[in-house]
Write a new protein. Structure first.
Length: 111
């Protein structure tokens, strides 16, 4: 091992889009969906129906962190999720799920 390997962060390239993969995982893992995803989306749907302002980062931030941790642990991606997921990735996950799920909420899902 060289000394620069300790100081220069190694870029993790998994060969696929981790943002899309985590979004699919969060929707399709039965335990995560039941314990985190569905309750969070139901809360957002209630806020939407009541006409409240929805801040996606506040509402979904902890769910996304839990999803990232579960994903990394289940698939043994990295011992520390920060080795794979940047803040931009986290924001991308929130934006992607929020936009897709808001269409479902407006269509009457999560009653």
């Amino acid at each position: 091992m060289r000394i620069d390997e300790f100081t220069v962060p190694q870029e993790t390239n998994l060969g696929f889009d981790v943002v899309d993969d985590v979004c699919v995982f969060m929707r399709n893992d039965p335990v995560f969906y039941r314990k985190s995803f569905f309750p969070t989306m139901s809360k957002i749907a209630d806020m939407h129906r009541n006409g409240k302002e929805i801040n996606a980062n506040e509402c979904m931030g902890s769910m996304v962190e839990n999803g990232i941790n579960s994903y990394c642990k289940k698939f043994k991606i990295a011992p520390i999720p920060d080795e794979v997921f940047t803040q931009d990735d986290r924001t991308g996950i929130i934006d992607k799920i929020f936009s897709e799920e808001m269409e479902s909420i407006k269509g009457g899902d999560y009653k």
